[in-house]
Design a binder for this molecule. Structure first.
Ligand SMILES: O=C(O)CCC(=O)C(=O)O
Length: 195
């Protein structure tokens, strides 16, 4: 059953469905995405020096988009991504025209603190984040209020995290590195880009 859990976070609207996809569906989608997605090793500028991003990425959809200072020219939708998009749209009640995929090959692959607040995503973006593969910790921290405790969620195989309303305006999120031995993980964030 798809049980939705609302996270208690002031100035945010975040919900989590731990078992959005069944174990078998999740295994099959993970395998297909590993094989079919055109994974890229992009670089980012850190302290003035170009460094490889600590994960592989891919961008599919209808519109181009600038993210982490990189212009992503989207690739046309793969049938497997359209299938997942439809499922996520049905569950969230929102439509999406783009998906950013991240592949974390080991616990040393990560995503730094940021919010998905680029102008092209609109004032109160809806971001639907689907996780497949190894469990990783996802951390939230409020941008300005030090009296609010950070929030940690373990994103498991086949889970869906939905961030909407003022979340991106007030909170940052990250996927930290871990020294634990973890299985590779794929994350898909469905977004709506208005350009
Ligand atoms: O891998 C994740 O769960 C986080 C992805 C993310 O924060 C992003 O794509 O902006």
């Amino acid at each position: 059953m798809q049980k939705t859990q609302k996270l208690y976070m002031p100035d945010a609207e975040v919900s989590y469905i731990a078992h959005f996809l069944s174990g078998e569906e999740s295994d099959a989608y993970f395998r297909k995405l590993m094989e079919q997605v055109s994974w890229q090793q992009e670089s980012i500028k850190l302290f003035g020096k170009l460094q490889p991003m600590p994960r592989l990425t891919a961008w599919y959809g209808d519109k181009g988009y600038t993210y982490s200072g990189l212009h992503n020219r989207p690739q046309p939708w793969l049938p497997v991504l359209q299938e997942l998009k439809r499922k996520v749209e049905l569950a969230s009640g929102h439509t999406f025209n783009s998906v950013l995929l991240n592949l974390y090959r080991t616990g040393q692959n990560s995503m730094g603190w940021h919010s998905d607040d680029e102008a092209a995503l609109g004032q109160e973006p809806v971001i639907a984040s689907l996780s497949l593969g190894g469990e990783r910790k996802f951390r939230f921290r409020h941008k300005t209020r030090k009296d609010i405790e950070p929030v940690n969620v373990t994103l498991n195989h086949g889970s869906l995290l939905l961030m909407q309303g003022p979340t991106q305006h007030h909170w940052l999120h990250q996927v930290p590195k871990t020294a634990r031995a973890v299985e590779p993980r794929i994350n898909l964030t469905f977004r709506n880009v208005n350009v």
